[in-house]
Design a protein around this ligand. Structure first.
Ligand SMILES: [Zn+2]
Length: 209
């Protein structure tokens, strides 16, 4: 009889342990932090913006793709250096048209200074928008998990840093006639997935130097 009681107590304590641990994991999940690093233009080999331009206060978060086919072996830093040169020499823009760029591995790069509006080859007024661009053409490519994760985190960080409302999230095609950010990336905006994740993570994304 004594042995049975001890066995019963042992089972009970195991059950209590499982319940306790389960609850504890849930608490950790809700206060999870997300760490990002943004590669500065000095780090990727860029130079500060050139020329005068109107200034802006960021109010909206907007997603783009670069729209060109992407060779997986290409160095994203070399791509950024070339894009910066092209933007200035061919387009006479002050800098790369986007403020933040995400490569195929989910690395995040700082591009144009957020104090200045971005540029596009279309007619939408970019004033007040922070432009975040995934390198590649998402009419053909499928964005991978690392890219989506980086996109959620950098957009959340932008909302925290510039006091932007997550509900302002849109894609380039919401403003004008364009395929950007591509039929394989745009659904993450249209179906509410990015917005849901941004709202969940708001306040918990930490920028690491
Ligand atoms: Zn675009």
């Amino acid at each position: 009889m004594k042995n049975i009681s001890l066995h019963y107590l042992s089972v009970l304590s195991t059950l209590l342990f499982i319940v306790f641990c389960g609850g504890s994991e849930e608490t950790e999940e809700s206060s999870k932090t997300y760490r990002i690093h943004i590669v500065s233009s000095e780090e990727w080999g860029g130079t500060d913006h050139q020329g005068e331009y109107k200034m802006q206060i960021p109010e909206f978060i907007t997603v783009h793709h670069s729209g060109e086919d992407w060779d997986r072996n290409r160095d994203p830093r070399e791509f950024l250096v070339n894009l910066q040169k092209w933007s200035r020499s061919e387009k006479e823009w002050i800098d790369i048209p986007y403020h933040y760029v995400i490569d195929f591995d989910g690395n995040i790069y700082a591009a144009r200074n957020p104090d200045y509006p971005g540029d596009t080859n279309t007619d939408y007024d970019t004033e007040g928008h922070l432009l975040t661009c995934l390198i590649g053409n998402y009419e053909n490519l499928i964005p991978n998990d690392n890219q989506i994760e980086a996109l959620i985190n950098v957009l959340t960080w932008q909302c925290q840093e510039f006091n932007i409302k997550p509900g302002t999230l849109k894609g380039h095609k919401d403003y004008t006639d364009t395929a950007c950010p591509g039929k394989n990336l745009y659904p993450y905006i249209a179906n509410g997935y990015l917005l849901k994740e941004i709202n969940t993570r708001l306040g918990n994304v930490i920028l690491e130097k």
